[in-house]
Design a protein around this ligand. Structure first.
Ligand SMILES: [Zn+2]
Ligand SMILES: [Zn+2]
Length: 367
């Protein structure tokens, strides 16, 4: 069949075009996509900063309705509502069995290379060039073929756009707080970077009972979103020193500093700002392929912890249904997190707005 999709044929070249999508094979679902989240990781991939190389179809947050199933699919049938999770863990490898499906051995072999778990792709251009599926998902397309391991069912009272962002931004931000840091009620938290993941970390800090929750960014527009999502204080560090300011506001520093940027500068800031015996939790990807100097004394003499948080240390099959239920119970204000919707044709504008800090979370919606 044919589908309109956001395609990266060469690094930094984003087009919307009609492409060919093959039918789902064993253990796969054909999903009609209703909403796809706009995430910074898409940009990192488009710019060639991670392991994926073009050509590929963009998008790794999404939600829609199952249209058809391949052989061997028993948990889903046409008509089911599913959100797409880009961690199609096998749930059989030692990493999965030890409780870390976010680090499944399968991911490095296929998902990060833009292949479905069976090692192949279902997408190609109209002139026959095979296209990869970004993070085994490729949700910026009217239709997507995904492995059933990357699908999570959700009920009809959850909007597609909300379900779409739960699968990545929300799980990554909330998970950094709840899963990775296991933050305690009453502890003081700071969140560096107020994009979709940072705003979700603020929501996670609220769930965990942190106070105060200090949002840090260099754009006032993003700090305004942070206040709306529950930050109790905001700090614009464009002109002032983040570490000194966070320490001054909390006496010893925050118990937890969540760095959702992950640059060389912010990783060092997070560690330096954290209170003695506190934790710096690194959830951002900016320096993912570089080496970052660490102030070793802060780790040792002050007993600090430096915690990596990949995809919110998420266990998709457990954590994503929980996040859906927390939203339904009114405990996660995800409607407010989505501040702008775009048709697929305006996908380039959606990324431009994200980079400019003009949106909390943007979502591509499909009719
Ligand atoms: Zn994402
Ligand atoms: Zn595994």
């Amino acid at each position: 069949m044919q589908t309109r999709a956001a395609v990266v044929r060469e690094i930094n070249q984003l087009t919307v075009e009609t492409v060919e999508l093959d039918a789902p094979k064993a253990n796969e679902l054909l999903v009609r996509v209703h909403a796809a989240g706009v995430c910074h990781s898409d940009l990192h991939n488009m710019r060639g900063e991670l392991r994926l190389t073009p050509p590929f179809v963009m998008g790794h947050e999404g939600a829609g309705i199952v249209e058809a199933v391949g052989s061997g699919v028993t948990r889903f049938q046409p008509g089911d509502r599913v959100l797409v999770n880009w961690l199609p863990a096998d749930n059989t490898c030692p990493t999965c069995l030890s409780g870390h499906p976010n680090l499944c051995e399968r991911l490095a072999k296929t998902t990060f290379l833009g292949l479905l778990p069976d090692g192949t792709t279902r997408l190609k251009t109209l002139d026959g060039v095979p296209l990869k599926h970004l993070l085994s998902a490729a949700t910026m397309s009217e239709y997507a073929v995904i492995d059933q391991a990357g699908a999570i069912p959700f009920p009809a009272d959850v909007p597609f756009e909300v379900a779409a962002i739960i699968g990545c931004a929300v799980a990554t931000g909330v998970g950094a707080v709840i899963n990775t840091a296991q933050a305690r009620a009453g502890s003081c938290a700071a969140v560096i970077g107020c994009g979709g993941v940072g705003l979700s970390a603020i929501l996670g800090c609220q769930l965990a009972g942190c106070y105060p929750i200090i949002a840090v960014d260099v754009l006032d527009s993003k700090l305004e979103f942070a206040r709306r999502m529950g930050a109790t204080e905001t700090v614009n560090v464009k002109q002032i020193d983040a570490v000194k300011t966070l320490r001054a506001r909390t006496r010893l520093g925050p118990d937890y500093v969540f760095d959702t940027v992950g640059s060389a500068a912010t990783i060092a800031q997070a560690l330096q700002a954290a209170a003695p015996a506190g934790a710096a939790v690194i959830a951002g990807l900016h320096a993912a392929r570089s080496d970052v100097p660490i102030p070793a004394g802060a780790l040792i003499f002050q007993n600090k912890r430096l915690l990596g948080s990949f995809a919110g240390s998420m266990r998709p099959q457990i954590d994503l249904p929980r996040l859906v239920e927390l939203y339904r119970a009114g405990r996660l204000q995800l409607d407010a997190l989505i501040s702008k919707r775009y048709p697929l044709a305006e996908v380039a504008q959606a990324f431009a707005d994200m980079e400019a800090g003009a949106v909390a979370r943007g979502v591509i919606t499909f009719q």
